[in-house]
Structures are given as structure tokens and as C-alpha cells.
Design a protein around this ligand. Structure first.
Ligand code: FE2
Length: 138
């Protein structure tokens, strides 16, 4: 059971799309490790691997929003900050759940959150940046 980045999740900025793809890849690796019954240490390592990349990815998005003066910067950044705080709780839950529950948790609380966030916040950001770039170039 895997989850994939698909083109309908594109925000129109290559650097950000590439990072989203990488996040899906890391979430898939985490699901695979849980399915295969890998050790607690390995699952913890892959969860941290996802979390670190997510944190760096948020900085990339925030850099774009600042550069182009995105009016939704403050609320968008707040969503990132809040989710990183929630992620610590999700990580704890992953470690103390059985494998089926842990896989559902990755699918819903990690991949589901990411897909929703891309739809609700990253795509509008992508559209804004595209039009801001266009105006700059004109
Ligand atoms: Fe975002």
C-alpha cells in the first residue's frame, strides 16, 4: 500500500514540486519499513528523516513567500509551525502503535496532511508567485 506524488499536486514551482516528491518518497519508505516489520530504531530513523526534510522544505516555501511578498505568508508559516509541533506527537504515536495503526497514521496524519496542505495552501502560494513573477518580468 503506497502513496505517490501525482502531477495534480503540482504547485508550478519546480523546486517545491521536487521537494514534495521527495516527501512522498520518504513517507513511502516509512510505510514499507513498518510493513516489513523493521526494527523500532529503523522506523524512528525514517520518521526523523522525514521530519528533518519537512522542516527544511518549509524553509524553502517560506523563502519564496518572503521573496515575493505573499500576503498569506503569516498564516501559511503558522500552519507549518503548528504541524511541526503536532509531528512530535505523531512520532510518539507511531512508535507505540501496532503496524496496521502505524501505517494508517502515516497515510492519514502524514501523507493526508501533506496532500491537503498542498491543495489548500501551497497551490494558492504557487499561483501567487507565478503571477508575481509575471508582473516582475513585465
Ligand atoms: Fe506549505
Amino acid at each position: 500500500m503506497s502513496v505517490e506524488w501525482t502531477h495534480n499536486l503540482s504547485v508550478g514551482i519546480t523546486e517545491i514540486d521536487d521537494q514534495h516528491r521527495e516527501l512522498f518518497k520518504r513517507a513511502n519508505n516509512l510505510i514499507d519499513a513498518i510493513s516489513l516489520g523493521k526494527s523500532w530504531e529503523e522506523v524512528a530513523r525514517l520518521t526523523a528523516f522525514y521530519q528533518n526534510y519537512l522542516s527544511a522544505h518549509y524553509q524553502t516555501e517560506e523563502k519564496y513567500m518572503i521573496r515575493y511578498s505573499d500576503p498569506l505568508y503569516v498564516s501559511h508559516k503558522a500552519q507549518h509551525t503548528l504541524y511541526l509541533m503536532e509531528f512530535s506527537g505523531i512520532k510518539q504515536c507511531l512508535m507505540c502503535s501496532d503496524s496496521d495503526t502505524a501505517i494508517s497514521l502515516v497515510q492519514e496524519a502524514i501523507v493526508g496532511w501533506l496532500s491537503n496542505h498542498i491543495e489548500q495552501s501551497d497551490k494558492p502560494m504557487g499561483r501567487f508567485i507565478k503571477s508575481a513573477k509575471h508582473k516582475k518580468a513585465a
